[in-house]
Design a protein around this ligand. Sequence first.
Ligand code: PRP
Ligand code: URA
Length: 207
Amino acid sequence: MKNIHVVSHPLLHHSLTIIRNKDTDTENFRRHTAIVSQIMIMEATRNISLLDEEIQTPLATMTGHKIRENIIFVPVLRAGLSMLFPSRDFLPWAPVGFIGLKRDEQTAIAHEYYQKFPFDLKDKHIMVLDPMLATGGSLVDTISALKKKGAETITAVCIVAAPEGVKNLSEQFPEVNVFVAAIDSHLNADKYIYPGLGDYGDRYFNT
Ligand code: PRP
Ligand code: URA
C-alpha cells in the first residue's frame, strides 16, 4: 500500500499520546490535536509544487519560492473541523469545502447530511481532513462525492486509522495518498478504533 504514509516525529508521538489519554481535558485535547494536525499537514504538503519568485530583501535581490498549487481543504464534519483551523494557519487563502457525515451508531454506516464544495474542483489539490479512519466509509463517501464533482487530485489527512479502513480506502482509491499518524490494532465490535482515542468529535467539541 504505497499510497499510505505513516508519519513519524517525536513531537507527533508526544501530542498523540496526550490526546489518546482518557484523562486529557478538552483544553489540552484541543491544544494537542492542533499540534498533531499541523505536523500532519506539513507532511501531507511536503511534495507540493513551488513557483520561483524574485523578491527584494532589505539587502539584496533573491529568488524565493511560493506555493503554486491551488489547494482546497475539505473537512469532514464534524471532527474534521478541528484540523481545518490549524491547517488554515499555513494556507489562509485556501478555499474550503464541506461535507457532513454521521455514522449510524448501530451499523457504523455514515450518512450524508450536508455538502458544499467550491464550484471548480478540476486542477485543484483537494486535502480531505478527517482525524479518524475507522471502517473507511466516511472517507470513501467523501472521495466519491468529490470525484463526482470533478476532483482529480485528492489527499486524505487523518490522525488515527484502523487497518480495516486503510485497506478499504486503498482498495477503492489506490491513487489517493493517505497520511496517518498511527495505524492501530483493529476495530472493536462497535467499530471504534482500538486502542484509538475514543469518540474524537465528542472529545474535541466537549459534548
Ligand atoms: C467519525 C470520524 C470520522 C468517522 C470515521 O465521525 O470523525 O468522520 O467517524 O469512521 P468511518 O471510517 O467508520 O466512517 P462521526 O460519524 O462519529 O461524526 P462526528 O465527526 O460528527 O463526531
Ligand atoms: N470515530 C471516532 O471518533 N472514533 C473511532 O474510534 C471511530 C470513529
